[in-house]
Design a protein around this ligand. Structure first.
Ligand SMILES: [Fe+2]
Length: 536
């Protein structure tokens, strides 16, 4: 039955939702084996030979399902692939032409149909363990639960209602709250949840916090329902950072990110410690699913084996090169960092009222004293904004507070996706503004609801300007070298080298020069709201 499901997933073109070979197997077996809701999405980039070590995606999906304790089964499955397809590697299978991709999906599925539920990964995950990922802009937080007990990891100030509704919908009792480290780029909801839901706040023993009641150290364990959660001390991004390991999943906070790592230049961060931490994480089982606390490219989770192959920070074997590389980058600090750290340490962040884009739209139409306050940069605002919204970039808000307080208006704060707006709103509330709300999802959410926007003369983004100019120069160099003088090829070589340099070092000289043009100067004179917790 599951085999038919997998084949249908792989070949069904009617719904226009064809899954890759790995996803087809995962989707077909996610009911039989305990897999996370996001597992199908997790395998989106692992089909067609892109699984770790170039193995067949369908085989890799079976391997993932069997998990670290299913070595025997994995070998058996590998043997079947060897006899039927001649290899477990996608490229070799294709070259041997003994088995088609559909045949691979069928083979992996047939094998999994014969595996008992209580073997392999199923055995390793015999305890009920659910993971719910919550997203607030680029910040991820998680609700882990087992047998009716829940733990919220890295609670975000804007997600109170989402947590409450999930707890009640899933009939869970919130027992623990964990901050993986003292956050410097957003407010934690820990203090609010602790007060309102009487849950215990846990942090590492080095965390300077007036909120945490229980302190953990390396290898401490915590029981949640029927699962054991292990705390792994993972310094690097900060010196108070822990990662949580349970049932084949690793929650890495801001230490290991997808394709990146956390920055190490504040809060007692250390590139040396980060390198050591990464070496330790690398020793975990290859199929460990990585859940970070941030992602700036909308990736939700990853697999350790994939990160080991593709994440440049995990791939670097030389500690001194790693350290030099980390120290060479100059990244702006997160907006208002000192205040955010102070508020998080003392647990002073207030609970914010969130409104949907639709509700915000209705409010401004009904009541003229309700204003939309857009805290994105002037350039972002110029590109697209909501009619009659007020633009005060977040790093200029401090100077405008008294004006806003005196206006007597209600302000609904928005940014691009909902990352900056809670920080801006918190600042306004704490400065005495009586009525402040935050718009969920920012202008991105507003546009998703197909609500009206005004597109302005935002100009062309720097990245696009670089692409246009570099492309034009390369093309001109080639054409001139053909029709005028071969030496003109030097222009193309020079520009291409510059682009490679920019890609490797993340320092784009052309971008820096373009920023100095009067037109760009005007657009970029306001910073976009500070840096992030990631290296890139
Ligand atoms: Fe952080």
């Amino acid at each position: 039955m599951s085999k038919e499901k997998a084949l249908a997933h792989y070949t069904d073109k009617k719904k226009g939702k064809k899954l890759n070979c790995a996803q087809a197997v995962i989707a077909a077996f996610k009911d039989k084996f305990p897999l996370d809701d996001n597992s199908v999405a997790l395998f989106a980039s692992l089909g067609s030979g892109r699984a770790p070590e170039g193995v067949c995606g369908a085989f890799y999906a079976a391997k993932f399902i069997l998990g670290p304790d299913g070595r025997e089964g994995i070998e058996k499955c590998g043997d079947i692939f060897l006899s039927k397809a001649g290899s477990i590697k996608c490229r070799e299978i294709r070259q041997a032409k003994k088995l088609s991709c559909t045949g691979c999906v069928e083979t992996a599925s047939e094998f999994l149909e014969g595996v008992e539920r209580d073997s392999g990964r199923a055995k390793a995950m015999k305890h009920a363990f659910n993971i719910k990922q919550f997203i607030a802009g680029s910040c991820y937080s998680y609700m882990l639960s087992s047998d009716g007990e829940a733990l919220i990891l890295d609670p975000h100030i804007s997600l109170k209602e989402e947590y409450a509704s999930y707890l009640s919908k899933s009939r869970l009792q919130l027992k623990y709250i964990v901050d993986t480290h003292t956050h410097a780029d957003h407010f934690s909801l820990s203090a609010v949840l602790k007060k309102e839901l009487l849950a215990t706040v846990i942090m590492h023993e080095k965390a300077v916090s007036e909120v945490a009641e229980v302190r953990v150290k390396d290898n401490d364990e915590l029981g949640l329902g029927s699962v054991k959660i292990k705390f792994i001390y993972t310094p690097g991004h900060t010196d108070d950072a822990v990662s949580l390991y349970a049932e084949g999943r690793l929650f890495t906070g801001d230490v290991l990110l997808i394709g990146s790592v956390g920055r190490t230049d504040f809060q007692n961060g250390s590139p040396e410690s980060m390198f050591d931490t990464l070496q330790r994480i690398k020793t975990l089982p290859a199929e460990t699913v990585i859940f970070p606390a941030h992602d700036y490219h909308e990736n939700k989770s990853s697999i350790l084996a994939k990160e080991k192959e593709t994440n440049p920070f995990l791939k670097e074997p030389d500690k001194s090169v790693f350290v030099t590389n980390m120290r060479s980058k100059v990244i702006p600090k997160p907006f208002n960092i000192d205040n955010i750290v102070r508020v998080n340490r003392k647990g002073l962040a207030v609970s914010l009222e969130m409104v949907s884009a639709k509700a915000a739209h209705e409010s401004i139409a009904k009541d003229t004293s309700v204003k939309l306050l857009d805290v994105r940069s002037a350039m972002e605002y110029n590109e697209v904004h909501i009619k009659d919204s007020i633009n005060i970039p977040i790093d200029m808000l401090g100077g405008k507070i008294s004006e806003l307080v005196q206006s007597g208006n209600t302000y609904i704060v928005l940014c691009r996706t909902g990352n900056r707006s809670p920080m801006a709103a918190d600042m306004l509330v704490q400065s005495g503004l009586p009525s402040v709300k935050v718009m969920n999802g920012g202008i991105t959410g507003w546009q998703k609801e197909k609500l009206p926007v005004e597109k302005g003369q935002g100009g062309i983004s720097l990245e696009r300007q670089v692409r246009i100019i570099a492309g034009s120069l390369v093309l001109s160099g080639i054409l001139l070298s053909i029709f005028v003088n071969p030496w003109f090829l030097a222009i193309s070589i020079f520009v291409a080298s510059g682009l490679i340099f920019a890609g490797v070092t993340d320092n784009c000289m052309m971008g820096l020069l373009l920023m100095k043009l009067p037109y760009n100067k005007k657009l970029y004179k306001v910073k976009s709201g500070g840096g992030t917790c990631a290296m890139g």
